[in-house]
Design a protein around this ligand. Structure first.
Ligand code: NI
Length: 133
């Protein structure tokens, strides 16, 4: 893709914020930081407007917890049209890590993520939002 250069005028404190943001996120330069921020804003907008988006649901859970696996499976079957792939990793004797790649309307994906993350026995859960286009 064609890359264009342009000059940016920023107040001193805003520039400092940009630089500390770039440093914190290990961006090699300001252009990368600005690129990320624009894309991030676009992604958030798509999720807010319930557009077709993609993402990943990550959950860590104790598989000994009564009926958790069965409940999680039932929920996933109810939303099967949104789920692209599921990867299950046995972290240790008790804990499992599941990464569920999803694609569809933003609100539906959020709904699915909320249902899975709020299951009893889920130690940690997160929905990573991205965009399809
Ligand atoms: Ni497991």
């Amino acid at each position: 893709m064609l890359v264009k250069r342009f000059g940016v005028s920023l107040e001193d404190d805003l520039l400092k914020k940009l630089d500390s943001f770039a440093k914190k996120n290990k961006f090699p330069n300001r252009s990368q930081a600005i690129r990320f921020l624009i894309t991030q804003t676009e992604v958030e907008e798509k999720w807010e407007k319930n557009k077709d988006v993609a993402g990943v649901i990550v959950i860590v859970f104790d598989h000994h917890k009564r009926e958790l696996t069965a409940k999680s499976q039932a929920i996933q079957h109810n939303y099967h049209d949104l789920i692209l792939s599921v990867q299950h990793v046995h972290l240790d004797h008790c804990n499992c890590l599941e990464t569920i790649a999803v694609k569809g309307k933003a609100q539906k994906l959020q709904q699915l993520a909320d249902k899975l993350i709020s299951l009893k026995g889920v130690r940690h859960g997160k929905l990573v939002m991205s965009a399809t286009k």
